[in-house]
Design a protein around this ligand. Sequence first.
Ligand SMILES: *Cc1c(COP(=O)(O)O)cnc(C)c1O
Length: 215
Amino acid sequence: MTLAERYRSIQDEIARNCDLVHRDPDTVQLIAVSKTFPVDIVRKLYDLGHRHFGESRVQELLPKVEALPKDIVWHFIGKLQSNKVRAAAEVCQVIHTLESESQLREIRKLSKQIQVLIEVNVAEEEQKSGILSKDLDLFHKSVIQCDLATVRGLMTIGPIVREAEDSRSTFQKLRKLNEQLGGDWLSMGMSADFGVAIQEGATHIRVGTSLFGER
Ligand SMILES: *Cc1c(COP(=O)(O)O)cnc(C)c1O
């Protein structure tokens, strides 16, 4: 399949899942995860009309931002060391992976506002980044006290699953936590399970492999 065909088929899949749960497809933002893929492939998708892209490393993000059109909306989705917060915030509209007080301290030094999602380690996997559910309330309070961070909701990287259906309970938990905090955005679902994520209320799905191929 060509990139255009894969793009079309993902859009169809988004529409089909929205239909199942009576959602308007415009309420789901597809983030094309372009990490490890070269600029010319990103530009091909741009030329097909896509504008939202996700990157997970600042070193890779900056040259892409430089090389590509200015109306791209960049989402930072990777583990973000505090010393890279400034650089990421400079070029991204959304940071999906806020998880520490030290990142927040860096946000307080910025000269502009940045939209953030708090990353939650819903499945409580060891070695996984993100805030544990039990610590979320306290961390959320710090974030809302930070004038330069506009907290929009929650994000999770689900456990690796064999079938999309296996992600459902993780997504349901994240949705519930988000409702409790009054968030309006939910960033969840990747190539393997974005359909289920949409059924469970995802507003932002992060898709790499299904669009661009294996990394
Ligand atoms: C790489 C990555 C994705 C995309 O994963 P695919 O399985 O390739 O769709 C989504 N979210 C995050 C945080 C990632 O690092």
